[in-house]
Design a protein around this ligand. Sequence first.
Ligand code: GUN
Length: 288
Amino acid sequence: MAQLIDGKVLSAQIRAEVKEAVSKRIDSGKRPPYLAVVLIGEDPASASYVHGKAKASAEVGIRSDTMTYDADISEQEVLKIVERLNRDDSVDGILVQLPLPSHIDDRKIINAISPAKDVDCFHPESVGNLVIGLDGFQPATPAGIIEMITRSGIETSGQHCVIIGRSNIVGKPLANLMLKKGIDATVTVCHSRTKNLPEIARQADILVAAIGWPNFVTGDMVKEGAIVIDVGINRVDDASRERGYRLVGDVDFGAAFEKASYITPVPGGVGPMTIAVLLQNTLMAATS
Ligand code: GUN
């Protein structure tokens, strides 16, 4: 039977650390860190994420503004907004909430953000620094996973970490963080075309599911004593719930719980860690 890794508890620790550092910064006469958030369109999930980021920022003393724009804003206009925020010395971090409406090229917008203010760590320069192991911003979800593992006292050195999913926001950056000196895992990245995926998953000391497929990881893919990190947040219909759905991860939790030594729940696992890392990054942006 596994021990739960509680993302709510661990993210609260990080938020308290950021709050303390912000308060020291203000006591020394400096202004609070300032995060500018750009939200385009009416996507309810994006609005809810952005609301969570603004609330968490306020709770630790980080100033944040959410700038909202209609979905029909032009790409050119968004580029101008980003350039204005780049030039504004009072702005420490810039976050353009994704996905953007289909007539706007996400990549063009991300590439326009100053790397010094890139608290999402999505800019190619930030990603390059991450790959070569330089200090700097770290992407929220992968860094949140590393925080969960290390703060739980789990040994990573020489452990085989199998990551299922090769996205630019989770799988690829997490592979790089797992390889970083000091973490020192041996990494395998699997994806939808991987042959013998269950066999590879069974070799994992640390198994990370980030494929966006409810219950993709079944009990037979989990080695006895493995650490299981579930990044999935999938909505499945559930008529017994008032809102008509419930959230499940990429892992068959019940089956994996019986075999793993540690496991993250969904919700309340990796999710809360991501905002905590964004706060760390915003503080770092103000400090550097
Ligand atoms: N959309 C979903 N997650 C994220 C995130 O971490 N950053 C941004 N900018 N957009 C997102």
